[in-house]
Structure formats: C-alpha cells, structure tokens
Design a protein around this ligand. Structure first.
Ligand code: BES
Ligand code: MN
Ligand code: ZN
Length: 498
C-alpha cells in the first residue's frame, strides 16, 4: 500500500480524485465555502453526524466532490486517539466498498500525532492475512492520500508513521503465520533477509553454537522439539562506534505446548503467537531499516518450540544457565523466562545503555491488564518513564507494575539457586522477578505483552504490538543524544548575542 502526503484544504479534498474521501470532523470544525464544507455543515446541522469519535456518515455522488463516496467521521478533539477511532470506525465501510484509492482529510489543526494515527490506523484496519489461504483475497486499498494543512511541516512525522506502520505489519504477518511455517529456522531466515535488505549485521546461531556459549537453560527448553533452536543477533549500527547500544530481547517461542506440564487443548493454537516478542523485535528492525536513526541497537532473539518428547526437559530437572545460576524446573510451561534469562545474560557483552525484553510471558498479565496495556517492569525510573511516554505517543500504552523483592520469595528451592515458578499469586510480577536476577549489570525493563500481542475470538490475529512503542522509544534515544549538545550550542550563542 502506498501512502502520499499532500497539502489539502477542504476545497482541495473535494477536487482530489479517489474512490473514497474520508473527512475527519472535529469539534472545532470551521466551514469554508467549498462542497466538502457545505456537506459537513449540513450534516452537523441535521445531526446526521456528530464530532464525537466513532460516528460515521456515508454520502454518495455529492455535487462538486470528485470522489464518488464520501465518509464523514467524527474525530472528537482531533487527538491521535480520536483520529485512530475515527479511521477504525470508517474501516468497515471502506472494506465493503472495495475502494482502491482513499483520500483522508485531516482536521486543519492536526499535528504529528494526527498524521501518525491516520497512517497507522489505515494500515492497521486494511491489513488482511492471506499467506496460507488457497484463494487469497487480500487488501484492496492500494493508494492513500493523507491531506494536511501543510505537508512540509508534517513530512518528518509522515515518514516515521509509514515506517512504524510497515514495522507493525511485518510483526503481524510473522505472528499470524502458522507454527509449521514460522519455525525458529524461519525466524532466523527472516532476520537474515532483513539484514540483507537494510544493511544490518546479523548472526544466526544453532544448537552447537548455543551449547558452546553455555546457554543451558535455553537449550533445555528446546530439547523436546524436532525443530532446532535459533539464537538471532541483529545489529543496527547507526550511532558512533563507542555509543552504548539499546538491546532489545524478544521471546521467540514459535509454539508453546507447555511441554510435559502440557496446556489444555482449548485455544492451544494461540500459542503460535508466543513468538510475539521476537516478531516485535524484527518489526522494529524493519522500521529502523527504513529510518536509519543515528543510534546503536542490538536485537537478540532466543527462538525454539516448547514441545514434549522422550528427550524433553521435565519438572524436577535442574538447569545451569549462562549466568552460572542453577534453576530448578517446577513447571515446563514457564519456559519463556528460561530462554530469556540466557539471552539477558548474553546481553551484558554489548555493555548496553538499556536492555528491554519483550515477551508474551504470563497468563497472569492478561488477567491483570487485558488487551489494553502491556505490563511494564523496570529497574530504572528514567527508562520506565521513557517507555511509558513512548507507549502513550504511539497509542501502544503500558502500565508499570512493581518489582519488590518479596515477590521473589516463592522462587526459593532446596535444590537449585532458584525455581522457575512460585504460587499463583502475582504471576506476572513473579516472572519479572525471575528475570530480574539475570539483569543486575545494566538498566533493564521488561514488557509483558501476553495480553496485547494478539487478539482472540472472531478477529483472532496478531496486533504487531509493541512495535509502535519500541520504535518511538528508540527514535527518542536519537533525539535525546543529539538534543542536549544542540541546545547548549544555541543557548551559548543566545548568551553571546545578549
Ligand atoms: N506463553 C505463556 C503465557 C501466556 C499464556 C500468554 C496464555 C498468553 C496467554 C507462558 O509460557 C506460560 O505458559 N506461562 C505460564 C506460567 C505459569 C506456569 C507460572 C502461565 O502464565 O500460565
Ligand atoms: Mn508456557
Ligand atoms: Zn510461553
């Protein structure tokens, strides 16, 4: 799908040739003398449309408007969130109309948030999974013109929004692939392809290399599967050579049967989404490849299946992790923390500025936060605040949960340094506390995306979250490292002038 940014007012939008013109109507709508303004004014007066987000009115062959179909959608106060809601509300009509060319007229006062929301929500709501259908009927939308008051002002936001949308879609597609397609080997190949296309450094390791490194915990999870494990290291080196990188670590369980502590059959298919963390790292790199920010980023993905055969690991086994800490397995279904802990120890060798892991880690986090906010845990307040702000800006929000040491009490065992599970209480926090033991040497955050990485039910599918948050966070790192110097320079000049 092709996006184009254009300077358009209501009169310009009326003249724009497309199959559908979507007009986002905000509370402060100011009518001009053009056909689109006349239509909006009449509809508002007749109360056929309200600026309240979510309302949509469809009109057909309106005089003076080039597009045969016009959709008026209430966009409330014009915030990113309301524009997202307006585009989603219009999406149903768009889909059934089979439109190939869409023009969106953003409210005149709309800023970067509006552009981002319009681009991302349009990409999001027009995505159709087709890869394993025999008669694919894919996305019909081919071209989207985003009309703003001044295209030059919004250009940078638009370029970022397109990259974010492409990254989210990349993650969604990988997440949706069936587990017999999206194997650890396939994830490794996707990483290599990304590296080839965008100039990243990449290393994809197999069982032999991982054994040599000493990732005994990760290897144990993989040993019950016929699919060989992969450990992926992707590197974007946009910053200076010595700049400490941000390391992203994504849980890449391509199918989680639970292992010997097997899961119930109902909805077990959804455990193909257990590589959502890995998909979000790859999707973020997809966006980085397009934007090439001047920062260093490392992506680490431990990937394997959690299966059960005669050689599978079992409750009672004691594993030796890369950190040297021994772990007693009390439940083979708590496998995510066992592959992540070794990757988190491996992360130390990059002398990172921050490490952020992303994992569909606990059903308990779904109970706590549902599908609205991802769980956030952090040992560093500045890092937590940046991730919260990035999540808000990208409409990909998180909620911070605690890391008090008392939550780790239940992980004590007589047979190893730590057990991999405790009781049922505060399961998301206990999992985070387990990971905490392996992240003592750098500022660390953990995103539990078990509730947000995919949707169940009729609209079952991957969401691509939290690619939006991660990209926003990383781009803020770039701005943050450049801005202080610039600001100092400016104020020095200002002082000299005074
Ligand atoms: N991948 C699951 C977490 C999960 C479960 C995400 C359901 C979304 C929906 C993870 O590997 C797991 O099985 N966690 C266990 C941990 C428990 C054994 C302590 C869980 O949450 O039940
Ligand atoms: Mn599990
Ligand atoms: Zn899992």
């Amino acid at each position: 799908m092709d996006f184009e940014l254009k300077t358009l007012d209501a009169a310009g939008a009326a003249a724009e040739k497309s199959d559908v013109l979507l007009v986002l109507v905000t509370e402060g709508f100011k009518a001009g003398k053009d056909p689109v303004s006349r239509l909006v004014s009449a509809a508002l007066a007749a109360r056929d449309i309200e600026p309240k987000a979510g309302k949509v009115l469809q009109a057909y062959r309106c005089e003076g408007i080039a597009a045969p179909r016009v959709l008026l959608a209430g966009a409330g106060d014009g915030s990113g969130k309301k524009i997202q809601a307006a585009v989603h509300a219009a999406a149903g009509v768009l889909r059934t109309s089979g439109a190939k060319r869409l023009t969106i007229l953003l409210p005149a006062a709309s800023g970067a948030d509006g552009v981002r929301a319009a681009v991302c929500a349009t990409a999001d709501s027009s995505y159709v999974y087709v890869t394993t259908k025999s008669k694919p009927e894919g996305r019909e939308l081919k071209k989207v013109v985003v009309g703003v008051a001044d295209a030059a002002v919004q250009r940078a936001a638009f370029v970022r929004a397109k990259a974010a949308a492409a990254g989210v879609e990349f993650a969604r597609e990988l997440g949706n692939l069936p587990p017999n397609y999206a194997t650890p080997t396939r994830l490794g190949e996707e990483a290599k392809k990304l590296a080839r296309e965008h100039g990243f450094k990449v290393e994809v390791m197999g069982p032999k290399e991982v054994e040599k490194i000493g990732m005994g915990s990760f290897m144990a999870v993989a040993q019950g599967s016929a699919q060989p494990l992969r450990f992926i290291v992707l590197r974007h080196e946009g910053g200076a050579k010595g700049d400490a990188p941000v390391v992203l670590v994504g849980k890449g369980i391509t199918f989680d049967s639970g292992g010997v502590s097997i899961k119930p059959s109902a909805d077990m298919d959804e455990m193909k989404f257990d590589m959502g963390g890995a998909a979000s790292v790859l999707g973020t790199f997809r966006a980085l490849g397009e934007l090439k920010p001047k920062i260093n980023v490392v992506g680490l993905i431990p990937s394997c299946e959690n299966m059960l055969d005669g050689s599978a690991y079992k409750p009672g086994d004691v594993l030796t992790s890369l950190s040297g800490q021994t772990i007693e397995v009390l439940n083979t279904d708590a496998e995510g923390r066992l592959i992540l802990c070794d990757a988190l120890t491996y992360a130390e060798r990059f002398k990172p500025r921050y490490v952020v892991d992303i994992a569909t880690l606990t059903g308990a986090c779904v109970v706590a936060l549902g599908g609205v906010r991802s769980g956030l845990f952090a040992t560093d307040d500045a890092l937590a605040e940046q991730l919260q702000a990035a999540g808000d800006a990208a409409l990909d929000p998180v909620w911070r949960l605690p890391l008090d040491d008392e939550y780790a009490d239940g992980l004590k065992t007589n047979f190893a340094d730590v057990a991999n599970v405790a009781g049922r209480a505060a399961g998301a926090v206990v999992a985070a506390k387990f990971l905490h033991r392996f992240t003592q040497n750098y500022p660390w955050a953990h995103l539990d995306i078990a509730g947000t990485a995919w949707k169940s039910g009729a609209g079952k599918g991957s969401t691509g979250r939290p690619v939006g948050l991660l990209l926003e966070f990383l781009l803020a790192q770039e701005a943050g490292s450049a801005a202080p110097a610039k600001r100092a320079g400016k104020s020095a000049r200002a002082k000299a002038a005074a």
